[in-house]
Design a protein around this ligand. Structure first.
Ligand code: ADP
Ligand code: MG
Length: 339
């Protein structure tokens, strides 16, 4: 046994990276969420070798003030919350201040950023948590970040990655869900110069669904919305004839954040009653708006799991809304022809 010592910042970042950054898709998620939080209208994601070689995210958001660029890479440094009060009213996707330091501790990162009105931008190069270069740069408004050689210094992580096809499919999945939860933002995903996803960012959820699942599928989906004193729902759900063999085509977003919650996705399925064959599940996109006070997102570092007050009420509302919409459709065949 040696003495008790505090870990160096770099080592503790690498340990934190183990929780937040599992694979290339986690890098994509964190960087794109930062771009969304920065109010970007367009976000381009350019990937090489399923993100293992390189992930570049270019946004037209508000940028980082030149004087704060290095600070953004410090652990627990965030511009998104300042007090305990804010923690209970999270409006942004990020708030833990962990992604950039975690990513930079296990890869080779170049970030260039500028804010509107600044006469100069800032360029930083950080590898394995060490700052290699920091200097002025052109003043293109927004942020352009490239992450190369992910896990170059953590061989166990690198070994744990699956085939490039699998890692790429996880990136596509993350991008699809981010696009579905933000119809107002235009997304582009490009792998080795090939465009995999492109959305217009014009706010039309149907168009995003068509981009993600295909135009034929989107034509077989019904729009719905509902509201009570606590929740506002809207989305699209497939006709009972259009189904999939598992639940992963049910996407649930709360206040713009994609979440996993069995009770809520099960409520969608239950809304179909006996209209679905056993073992078949709909394609659905369900957007829920609620008071941030009713939701605790600070449960898990990746923030996929949340705790909900009034979950039972929400489950009932979802089930009833889907049930009503599907029943109505059966009364009026082809009511969806105008899409
Ligand atoms: P968090 O998102 O939890 O705040 P991050 O480590 O992901 O933590 O980012 C740290 C900070 O860097 C953010 O709070 C934000 O101020 C800034 N930042 C990161 N990415 C961007 C971006 N694309 N545009 C503008 N600011 C950014
Ligand atoms: Mg973040």
């Amino acid at each position: 046994m040696t003495q008790i010592q505090t870990l160096s910042e770099n080592l503790s970042n690498q340990i934190a990276a183990g929780e937040v950054i599992e694979r290339p898709a986690s890098v994509v998620k964190e960087l794109v969420e930062n771009a969304i939080d920065a109010q970007a209208q367009h976000i381009d994601v350019l990937v090489e070798e399923a993100g293992i070689k390189s992930i570049r995210v270019i946004d037209d958001g508000v940028g980082i003030p030149s004087a704060e660029v290095l600070k953004a890479f410090e652990r627990h440094a965030t511009s998104k919350i300042t007090s305990r009060h804010d923690l209970f009213r999270i409006q942004s996707l990020g708030f833990r201040g962990e992604a950039l330091p975690s990513i930079a501790s296990v890869s080779d990162v170049v970030l260039q950023t500028a804010q509107s009105g600044a006469h100069e931008g800032r360029h930083v190069h950080i590898k394995g948590g060490e700052v290699l270069e920091e200097r002025g740069a052109t003043a293109r408004v927004g942020t352009d970040i490239t992450v190369e050689d992910l896990f170059y210094n953590t061989p166990a992580r690198l070994k744990y990655l699956k085939s490039q096809a699998t890692e790429l499919s996880k990136i596509v999945d993350v991008m699809n869900r981010l696009a579905l939860s933000h119809p107002n933002v235009g997304f582009r995903l490009v792998h080795h110069q090939k465009e995999i996803l492109k959305t217009a960012g014009n706010g039309q959820l149907q168009q995003v669904v068509a981009a993600v699942y295909g135009v034929q599928q989107a034509r077989k989906m019904l729009t719905f919305n509902a509201e009570d004193s606590d929740f506002k729902l809207n989305g699209l759900t497939s006709l009972p004839e259009l189904t999939r063999a598992n639940r992963s085509y049910i996407s649930i977003m709360i206040n713009g954040r994609y979440i996993k919650n069995y009770q809520l996705s099960n409520a969608v399925v239950k809304g179909y009653g006996s209209k679905l064959m056993v073992g078949r599940f709909p394609i659905s996109v369900l957007e829920i708006e609620m008071d941030p006070l009713l939701i605790d997102v600070n449960v898990h570092p990746q923030k996929h799991e949340v705790r909900l007050s009034k979950e039972a009420e929400l489950v009932d509302l979802i089930e009833k809304t889907i049930y009503d919409r599907i029943s109505k459709e059966n009364l009026i065949p082809n009511a969806y022809q105008n899409y």
